[in-house]
Design a protein around this ligand. Structure first.
Ligand SMILES: Cc1cc2nc3c(=O)[nH]c(=O)nc-3n(C[C@H](O)[C@H](O)[C@H](O)COP(=O)(O)OP(=O)(O)OC[C@H]3O[C@@H](n4cnc5c(N)ncnc54)[C@H](O)[C@@H]3O)c2cc1C
Length: 275
């Protein structure tokens, strides 16, 4: 049993969810994990099974069609999933980061538009801060959005998008210097845009290209990609929260729950080793 699963005082509902995920991992993940990892093959059937179980909407409020569960329940499920195969917890991670960012920072219209489809897994999330020249130093990004009437035009190269190809909603961080000239520093001159796109590779919407999968040494099955924006036009209402200049803080908030996933998956991977 994983470390988190031994937490005292878990509710009956948490125990039930955990038991269902445990059975799913035993029957649907463990038998195929090694072959899929070696073949670097996307676990499409596993993803469909997780959609049916409601995993993609685990923490999305019930009013938007999710299960309305807590961050602890989420961590318990991630630990259990990673016991079977760590890559699957990566498929859940960026989806949950984007859902959480919309839950915390979205306008009422953005919540109503995206959360019900994220809860079912119809929309699947990726998040994009990193660029070829910067990772930890998020404030050094160069990608930018410039206003053109009621729209913004986005240009730049993004890097290392987990689920970049298989997702259909990308939360992307760009500079919006002209929108926030009075900001005290660079942190207040960035915005998060929500980009809907087709899953897949190549031109996934006009002005947006996902060139292909980046080859990795491990953590296979889940796709990691670049993303190129070339004159990508987005309506102003796709800025998360409806106003420019808050993107850095929204992204850092999202990364916080991403860290919960990564910590839980480390516990699960370790307990999988001892099976
Ligand atoms: C498989 C994979 C998936 C990823 N998925 C995503 C994703 O979905 N979305 C996304 O936006 N990004 C993603 N990333 C990018 C990831 O967030 C970055 O790799 C990470 O932020 C580190 O940045 P970097 O690789 O540029 O390393 P650097 O920032 O260059 O850091 C290199 C080393 O220097 C250290 N360092 C950095 N700054 C300092 C400092 N000021 N003082 C002292 N030491 C320092 C770091 O700790 C590190 O050890 C992914 C990366 C990988 C490999």
């Amino acid at each position: 049993m994983g470390r988190l699963a031994q937490t005292e005082g878990l509710t009956d509902v948490q125990q039930e969810i955990l038991a269902a995920v445990h059975e799913f991992v035993e029957n649907e993940i463990i038998p195929v994990a090694q072959d899929l990892e070696h073949a670097d093959e996307y676990p499409a059937a596993i993803v469909e099974g997780m959609k049916a179980m409601g995993i993609f909407g685990l923490m999305i409020p019930e009013e938007y069609g999710g299960l309305g569960e807590s961050l602890l329940t989420y961590a318990l499920c991630v630990e259990e999933i990673a016991r079977g195969w760590m890559s699957v917890s990566g498929i859940v991670n960026t989806h949950f980061i984007v859902s959480y960012m919309i839950m915390q920072h979205g306008t009422p219209e953005q919540k109503a538009n995206y959360l019900p489809r994220l809860a079912t897994g119809e929309l699947r999330g990726a998040f994009s801060m990193s660029e070829p020249h910067c990772g930890s130093d998020v404030a050094a990004i160069k990608s930018k959005a410039v206003r053109d009437g009621e729209e913004f035009v986005l240009d730049g190269q993004k890097m290392w998008l987990t689920n970049g190809g298989t997702s259909s909603l990308v939360a992307v961080l760009v500079r919006t210097d002209d929108e926030n000239p009075d900001a005290k520093n660079g942190y207040g001159k960035m915005s998060t845009f929500l980009i809907e796109k087709s899953p897949g590779f190549g031109e996934v919407r006009p002005g947006l290209n996902i060139p292909g999968k980046i080859e990795k040494m491990g953590y296979k099955g889940v796709d990691t990609t670049e993303m190129i924006m070339t004159g990508l036009r987005l309506p102003a209402e796709t800025i998360l929260g409806g106003a420019a200049g808050r993107g850095f803080y929204q992204m850092m908030d999202g990364v916080e729950v991403g860290r919960v996933n990564v910590a839980a998956r480390a516990c699960g991977w370790r307990s999988g080793l001892s099976n």
